[in-house]
Design a protein around this ligand. Structure first.
Ligand code: ATP
Length: 334
């Protein structure tokens, strides 16, 4: 039996009550028409600039949670609040997404970038056109239909492509790219929206281990960079600004531990862990995933070569050494 109180006794990584959240969920629940209860009373607050990893076994409700936030899936009950906009954006103070009508929701969704496992690019369009499609919510229909985006959007798209390492591929068709390159386009497209929140659904599920690490590192870096840009815009000191928050649905616990600032573990639609990555002890992993020997694999008599360690998603766990989580703004976000 999972015990939320035990799990929450781990050090919590919650925002200061006085600081505004980038995202706030209040008792969010979802029951699908077929009767499956996918989420039960999920309450969560994500501060600006925080990159949060959502982990849990298959069917725990991770995708449902991500999709309830921007109402691609309608929650059955509970509330979703999107925090005040980052500096330089004209958006209003905290808004309740769950109270919005169609038009209001369409406007609010501009502020939420989505990054998908399967990239969701338009294959026959160029890399640049795919990135510019992130601006579709902002430009008049005729401009997008004629593919006449404002020069500032085009300049920004080039800057973003340069940032994600694809400057030389701008004119290539999306279907000519590798999986890792496609995901970089997906990240650049989401950033072109100038979002306040990124929802990221299994971004590395189709990628090899090295590319997965590169993508996770890039995600984390762009969120931190957004915070620094906000600080500069506000003329404030490092770490005091807002920055881009992200919720990343991720199966790979080792990757989550290395690149996420905070981990939320879901089991059967409920939060059973909310704390720092280093709090994912074997006991906590058992609370999240169930019984398993989470310690290193032991060698049996016939195998002296050292069996690879397994993580809960079943893939090999790598130990490439600690990532350098030293950024001040990250400390601020925690
Ligand atoms: N469209 C749907 N209709 C009915 N039930 C659904 C639907 N989508 C998901 N569910 C159910 O909701 C629960 C949570 O599913 P969800 O896909 O959110 O879990 P998950 O943690 O993302 O799983 P996975 O890691 O395998 O993707 C499961 O019991 C699933 O069967």
């Amino acid at each position: 039996m999972v015990c939320p109180t035990t799990a929450s006794s781990a050090k919590r990584v919650s925002p200061d009550a006085s600081s505004p959240s980038a995202l706030r969920l209040a008792r969010l629940s979802k029951r699908y028409p077929a009767g499956d209860r996918a989420l039960s009373d999920v309450s969560l607050s994500v501060p600006p600039g925080q990159v949060l990893g959502l982990i849990g076994p298959s069917g725990a409700g991770k995708s449902t949670l991500i999709r309830c936030i921007n109402r691609l899936v309608e929650p059955t009950s509970g509330q979703v609040f999107l925090g005040p906009a980052r500096p330089g954006s004209p958006a209003p103070d905290e808004i309740e997404l769950t109270a919005l009508g169609r038009r209001g929701l369409r406007r609010a969704r501009r502020r939420i970038g989505m990054i998908f496992q399967e990239y969701a690019l338009v294959e026959r369009l160029t890399v640049m056109e795919n990135v510019l499609s992130g601006r579709l919510g902002y430009v008049p229909f005729w401009r997008s239909w004629l593919r006449r985006f404002p020069p500032a959007d085009i300049a920004n798209a080039y800057r973003l492509l340069d940032r994600v390492g694809l400057a030389e591929h701008a004119d290539k068709r999306a279907d000519a790219l590798s999986g890792g390159q496609r995901q970089r386009v997906g990240i650049a497209r989401a950033l072109a929206q100038e979002p306040d929140l990124l929802l990221v659904d299994e971004p590395t599920a189709s990628l090899d281990p090295k590319t997965s690490r590169q993508i996770m590192r890039l995600l984390r870096e762009v969120c931190l960079e957004a915070g620094r840009a906000d600080d500069t815009r506000r003329g404030s000191g490092p770490g005091s600004g807002r920055g881009l928050a992200a919720i990343v649905n991720i199966h790979d616990v080792a990757l989550a531990q290395q690149f996420m600032m905070r981990i939320v573990g879901l089991r059967a639609g409920r939060i059973v862990y909310d704390g720092p990555p280093e709090g994912l002890s074997p006991e906590v992993l058992t609370q999240i995933y169930g019984e398993e020997d989470w310690g290193p694999a032991t060698e049996d008599a016939g195998h002296s070569g050292g069996a690879p360690e397994r993580h809960p998603a079943g893939a090999t766990q790598h130990h490439p050494g600690p990532e350098p989580p030293t950024d001040q703004s990250m400390a601020g976000a925690l």
